[in-house]
Design a protein around this ligand. Structure first.
Ligand code: ATP
Length: 227
């Protein structure tokens, strides 16, 4: 039986309003949409609201008004005071510097979220992620002994192994040069199909959205416009 707070629809559906800062000069986000593509890219000028939107999806911010529904499940609904905390959303978030735990080896970083998952939620193995990301030779290293590209690949692996239903990537490759970016983009392109995890990718680089074959949206002054 279907309850009022769930539907059979797949993807990330939302209608959100949020005011940040002071009443006169602050920033107003007011937008709605439904992301159903395997890869959605969010572009737009600095300050347009891209990171704010991801923070709302991840549960790091509460909207003033609106709802968020993931794969038919209501996560946020201000009309019913529903707010699912970040750790219960099954949404993975990664940004520019992957924030590995500095005191843990690559192996322990990778296994951190995986170990917290119940057996029945483990949809793929650490070995499959390690192989696809080509990080098998790095497992015993500490993060400080990794290059920027290696660090980002490990951070991605760790985020994936926490078994998210949806992945949010906020300019994850910004700190990397082109030669390091391309193999990671090639990997990211495979994520939705290989692991059944759709993703949102925030970038200023239009070329990256093309490489990813992403459905692209522009954020303009707190509103989304499809391309
Ligand atoms: N903590 C905050 N308090 C008030 N306003 C904020 C806060 N954080 C961000 N803002 C404002 O919200 C607006 C949107 O910021 P946001 O970081 O979402 O933009 P963005 O599109 O991700 O930009 P960039 O591409 O530079 O990362 C900006 O005007 C910013 O100044």
């Amino acid at each position: 039986m279907q309850t009022l707070d769930s539907t059979n629809s797949q993807g990330l559906e939302f209608s959100l309003r949020l005011h940040r800062g002071d009443a006169q000069t602050g920033f107003q986000l007011d937008t709605q949409g439904c992301f159903t593509a395997p890869i959605t890219a969010l572009c737009g000028a600095s300050g347009a609201g891209k990171s704010t939107l991801l923070a709302l999806f991840a549960g790091l911010l509460k909207p003033d008004q609106g709802f968020i529904r993931l794969n038919g499940q209501l996560l946020v609904d201000t009309s019913n005071q529903l707010f699912t905390p970040p750790h219960m959303r099954h949404i993975g978030l990664m940004w520019q510097d992957g924030q590995l735990f500095p005191h843990l080896s690559v192996r322990k970083n990778l296994m951190y979220g995986y170990q917290l998952q119940p057996e029945q939620s483990r949809r793929f193995s650490p070995e499959s992620v390690i192989e696809l990301l080509e990080i098998s030779t790095l497992l015993d290293r500490q993060p400080r002994h990794l290059s920027g590209g290696e660090r980002q690949r490990v951070a991605l692996g760790r985020t994936l192994l926490a078994m998210p239903q949806f992945l949010l990537l906020d300019e994850p490759l910004n700190a990397l040069n082109q030669s390091l970016k391309l193999p990671i983009l090639a990997f990211l392109k495979q994520v939705p199909k290989h692991f059944n995890i759709p993703l949102i990718y925030v970038t200023h680089q239009i070329e990256e959205t093309k490489i990813l074959d992403a459905e692209t949206w522009f954020c303009e002054d707190g509103r989304l416009v499809s391309v």
